[in-house]
Design a protein around this ligand. Structure first.
Ligand code: G3P
Length: 227
């Protein structure tokens, strides 16, 4: 299980986080994690999971899983293949990769059997409640309209985060809540923790930063309460 509080960096399909650049970015995250002793995980594209997982010691996540079975499946990312590639978990149902609740349920169940950590994404407090019932390790509340805007959910829509926390707690107190969308500074991370989450899920604020190490260090310091 991922140590909390935590920062999860979603590499998405940005040019800045593809192939060799995925390794460079993951190594920066590993450096900051080691220097500050903070929990940072990365989620590279499926084709880079093995490359990244063999290059760093921090947790590596898949961005999505298509199937919990193996066999005659063309073009699917299977849960067994991400495990074999070195992933320790997977995001599921990101707003840029929505899946049916039946698949979310299957992936959460199969992940438990394979000792993989699950971070199920949700776009509203109501959806956080629905997916919390499936018993994932983490639920990530991310209002899609804030994604990539630099307008942090933790400041712009704190009520979405606190409502999600309340709903998840009432449905399944074992699932922990992180938040994402527009998180770009240490202060945004501090705000997320103050609201009661155990961390953040982010992408462009680090992946597209001029100095990703500077941004991640600022966020890491926020995670450990340093200004
Ligand atoms: O998975 C996190 C992502 O959707 C948030 O995007 O660029 O606003 O940090 P961004």
């Amino acid at each position: 299980m991922l140590r909390t509080p935590m920062i999860v960096v979603n590499f998405k399909a940005y040019r800045e986080s593809l192939g060799k650049k995925a390794i460079e970015l993951a190594k920066i995250a590993e450096e900051v994690s080691r220097e500050l002793n903070v929990s940072i995980a990365v989620a590279p594209q499926a084709t880079d999971i093995r490359l990244v997982a063999s290059s760093v010691s921090i947790p590596v996540f898949a961005q999505a899983v298509d199937s919990t079975t193996i066999g005659a499946l063309t073009g699917h990312v299977t849960i067994e293949s991400i495990k074999d590639a070195g992933a320790v978990g997977t995001l599921i149902n990101h707003s840029e990769r929505r899946v049916q609740i039946s698949l979310i349920s299957e992936v959460v169940k199969a992940s438990r059997e394979l000792n993989l950590t699950t971070i199920v994404c949700a776009d509203t407090p109501e959806v956080t409640a629905a997916v919390a019932a499936l018993n994932p390790d983490f639920v990530a509340i991310e209002p899609p309209e804030l994604i990539g805007t630099g307008i942090p959910v933790s400041k712009a829509k704190p009520e979405v985060v606190t409502n999600s926390l309340d709903k998840v707690k009432s449905v399944n107190s074992k699932s922990k809540v992180i938040c994402g969308a527009g998180i770009t500074t240490g202060d945004d991370v501090r705000a997320a923790l103050r609201l009661g989450t155990v961390g953040v899920l982010l992408a462009s604020g680090v992946v597209k930063a001029k100095d990703p190490k500077k941004v991640l260090t600022e966020m890491g310091n926020a995670l450990i309460g340093k200004t």
